[in-house]
Design a protein around this ligand. Structure first.
Ligand SMILES: [Zn+2]
Length: 299
């Protein structure tokens, strides 16, 4: 279910494109399972539930959606492999629960172009026909993508090519909705994006700040709360792990100073939290939580 709250006078909503089951090791990298399974229990196939949360900000400059989830163009085979159900339009139904339709979105900001963050950018014009034209899901939005991320996605290497699919952005180029940006962006009064390289070369996080309050949407700069508590815990996905650690160290300092509300994009248990002093440095104290395995049938 979506969560709604205000940061100062700016209404924000955490919406979701649902969840998928991802190999536990890929989120925890070098950390042995005996340590990470204390944080999140895997299923018999070693998979853990990973949420695909997005942030909706009712900014003074219009409605900003940060990331679009996996979307519906994925095959039945993919859904089985990654434990996804057959339902479509998951993000759209969360948007309608908070009172908006795809037509209302003014800006889509992509933290990066991995398929579980931008797959919902586009959709099949006929959902029953995999060969039908792929069109923009948000017909009135400008889609903002970092220049370096666009370059990496357009010319992937052996390691990165499994995460990038041009059907998630090429239709936007054709429709004139794709806008390439370079570096940190002021999106609206109180809303800005900051690049934090590590996961990819120009991964970006989003700050919402107003009336002395602040929110930090971390994207894959730190997608699980446990990774903020333990800086050395870095996903195997990250292209430059040492830069990820440095990025997290900086974000942790800033977030602690501002008492920012942290939003974790993939954590299936901690949706939001704030940093408080702990025995080993700043520790995330959860505010909004979810149950990772709500029904045994899911496993
Ligand atoms: Zn990613």
């Amino acid at each position: 279910m979506p969560s709604s709250f205000q940061i100062g006078s700016i209404p924000c909503h955490i919406v979701s494109d649902g969840q998928q089951l991802i190999d536990g090791g890929s989120f925890f990298g070098l950390v042995p399972r005996v340590l990470w399974e204390r944080v999140i229990r895997p299923d018999e196939k070693h998979r853990i539930p990973a949420q695909m949360r997005c942030l909706l900000v009712q900014s003074p400059a219009g409605l900003i959606l940060v990331d679009t989830g996996q979307g519906d163009k994925i095959t039945a085979e993919y859904r089985t492999q990654f434990g996804m159900d057959s339902s479509n339009r998951r993000l759209e139904s969360d948007l309608s629960r908070v009172g908006f339709s795809p037509e209302d979105i003014d800006i889509v900001l992509l933290t990066h172009l991995h398929a579980d963050h931008c797959g919902g950018n586009t959709r099949l014009s006929d959902p029953t026909d995999a060969e039908s034209e792929v069109v923009a899901t948000f017909p009135n939005a400008r889609y903002l993508i970092q220049r370096l991320e666009m370059a990496e996605a357009s010319f992937p290497n052996e390691r990165t090519r499994t995460h990038y699919f041009s059907e998630n952005w090429e239709p936007l180029r054709r429709s004139g909705q794709l806008e390439i940006v370079d570096g940190d962006q002021a999106l609206a009064a109180g809303v800005r994006s900051v690049t934090v390289p590590g996961h990819t070369g120009s991964m970006q996080v989003v700050w919402v700040e107003d009336g002395g309050e602040s929110l930090l949407f971390l994207g894959d700069a730190c997608s699980w709360a446990a990774h903020m508590d333990r800086l050395a815990w870095v996903p195997a996905f990250d292209l430059e792990p040492m830069r990820s650690i440095e990025g997290k160290r900086n974000l942790r300092c800033q977030a602690e100073e501002k008492n920012a509300l942290l939003v974790f994009q993939h954590d299936s248990q901690v949706v939001t939290g704030r940093l408080r002093p702990g025995p080993r440095g700043a520790t995330v104290v959860p505010e909004i939580t979810e149950v990772a395995w709500p029904e045994e049938g899911l496993r």
